[in-house]
Design a protein around this ligand. Sequence first.
Ligand code: AMP
Length: 414
Amino acid sequence: MGGVRVLLIGSGGREHALALSLAADPAVEALVVAPGNPGIARTARVAPVDPLDPSAVAGLAVETGSDLVIVGPEAPLVAGVADAVREKGIACFGPSAAAARIEGSKAFAKDVMRAAAVPTAGARVCGDAREVAAALDEFGSPYVVKHDGLAAGKGVVVTDDRGAALRHAEGAGRVVVEEYLDGPEVSLFVVTDGAAALPLVPAQDFKRVRDGDEGPNTGGMGAYAPLPWAPPDLVDTVMTSIVHPTLAEMRRRETPFAGLLYVGLALSDGGPRVVEFNARFGDPETQVVLPLLSSPLATLLYAAATGALGQHEPLRWREESAVLVVVAASGYPGPPRAGDAITGADAPGVLHAGTTRDADGVLRSAGGRVLGCLGTGADLAAARRAAYEIVDQITMDGSHYRRDIALVAANAVR
Ligand code: AMP
């Protein structure tokens, strides 16, 4: 493949990582990122667009002469951006709106898993408070309550407090109450054209805001890959018992899932079970998985977007480890303070997630998770050192980050 023109949709740390890997693929002739961010602008041309407007994205794809559109976040997929791009005859890496429901509706995902006999938490879809109360008592504590629709990471509570579980369901419309899954969590990304599927290396992220997994949930405060502690047959087991049955069920429903299937797993005593499916690359795990992939990324995603993944060569990986530490704004995960000046963020290894440049060219915070500091090295300990060296070069008033990203895993392999 040669001379492919790529349009990438999104503006976060995940898209910064995608942009760097796409730009490194010699097959890429042009790369436009919309809307992008100030970090991405150092690597690619950025263009304004409303990512949630399918016809605007499709129009930009035509205008930029793109051969391949890659959709980063979930909301544009659920809004039908991939369908609108394909209607223009342009290849798109990302599922149709119908297939993106596997992320967009927890109840739909549960129904697919039930039909495909995929191991997951037992669950009840509840329409009112009486049903919620009954389901909480059926499964017992800890209680897991999920809003049905997209909620940008805010839709799930896991709590021992029955009152808090009931309050989370109040006014939320349809909710899913689930059995609690115990065991370490793993994120597995699978590139698929709907039939063929290639897994990437498993990663782990850190959801809680403070060291030792204390404090409220966030969108993710850091991540690392690979997982030296993961069972060697984990990926094969997940492909056989979870991914292929799920893809087959989506084909059976005539809504094949093509794009990135994110499998969030809990490694319970009975084996891996699905915590959630997402319809796109996860953030921040993407930032540690892609630097380890040595196969060219645009070539891979183009094969998936054109139904040719079955002919793709096996993926090649660097024998390295990667660690990402997120630097968050004051107040996050509550409402973050915006506008703090940032220095040190133009260094290699710094991925921009929530930044903006003011009229004077000063870089300022513009989101909860502001930067990701990426370290790579021969093992997790070396990758951690590299990541925290970058963190030490950043200044931003009121910023905070976790000091224990990948710490336990790095110590365990010593
Ligand atoms: P989700 O949006 O479904 O990924 O849920 C967000 C987070 O809540 C997950 O990453 C888990 O840490 C936690 N969680 C979700 N479902 C369960 C479950 N059934 N048991 C235990 N933890 C869960």
